[in-house]
Design a protein around this ligand. Sequence first.
Ligand SMILES: Nc1ncnc2c1ncn2[C@@H]1O[C@H](COP(=O)(O)OP(=O)(O)OP(=O)(O)O)[C@@H](O)[C@H]1O
Ligand SMILES: [Mg+2]
Length: 262
Amino acid sequence: MTSVFTATSVSRLYGAGRNTVVGLDEINLAVETGERLGVVGESGSGKSTLIRLLAGLDRPTRGEVRFDGELISGRPEHQLGFLRQGVQIVFQDPRSSLNPRMRVGDIITEPLRSPLLRGRPGVPVDKAARLAEVLEQVGLPTDSGRRHPHEFSGGQRQRIALARALAPRPRVLIADEPVSALDVSVRSQVINLLNDLVAEQDLTLVFVSHDLTVVRHLCDRVAVLQSGRIVERGLTAEVYAEPQEPYTQSLLEAVPRLPDPS
Ligand SMILES: Nc1ncnc2c1ncn2[C@@H]1O[C@H](COP(=O)(O)OP(=O)(O)OP(=O)(O)O)[C@@H](O)[C@H]1O
Ligand SMILES: [Mg+2]
């Protein structure tokens, strides 16, 4: 079976010379079809760097990244249509990721109008129909398309970001701290929605979070990053029950309480 993603000896350095900052250091990782991989680690450990490389939004300094077995690192954007359709990403703060001047309907269908996606097999052709479908899937009112992002709450804005990500029918969803900018009271609603969407649409999920409780709830595997390296990985239940690395133990000890997953 071909993995969805493989990263082989991937490093990402920022800057040069004495000012070099290590974002990722010789990472090896495979993400398999249908799995839900959680990526955890303290601030600055390289989580966003890793998923930006998987999503083809950035290039490694060394090593290679593949999607469906095809090399993506180092390829020009115009050759990445298969990646742009297959993989969509949701960011932390919907306030900055949604263009405030655009109508929500245009924001959500924008990926469908991208020259890289237009005409690809599987990409919805009828934009209005697809808009109505994804609005319903994320639980937003049918007339939301005519409105602007500022007319929605934080939780609703993250639903808009999810609808936009789902619009081209991706197989893989990447989420980078998708609820940490949201009010605590709406976080679990958005997480439950994400959980349902991933299950209903058989998505492969790569989920970055500081919140280890959410990762336990959502993800079947986990990778623990520290200073740009994967220091521990495995089934979420096993890593949480018996963390092998002191660093993982300290991350888990920082979690106030671990309710039973349900
Ligand atoms: N564009 C950049 N230029 C310079 N250094 C960067 C850049 N992006 C990330 N870094 C550095 O690379 C390291 C990893 O950053 P990254 O954003 O991947 O961490 P993170 O785990 O996502 O952190 P957080 O939990 O705070 O989002 C950090 O030391 C960071 O300062
Ligand atoms: Mg980050």
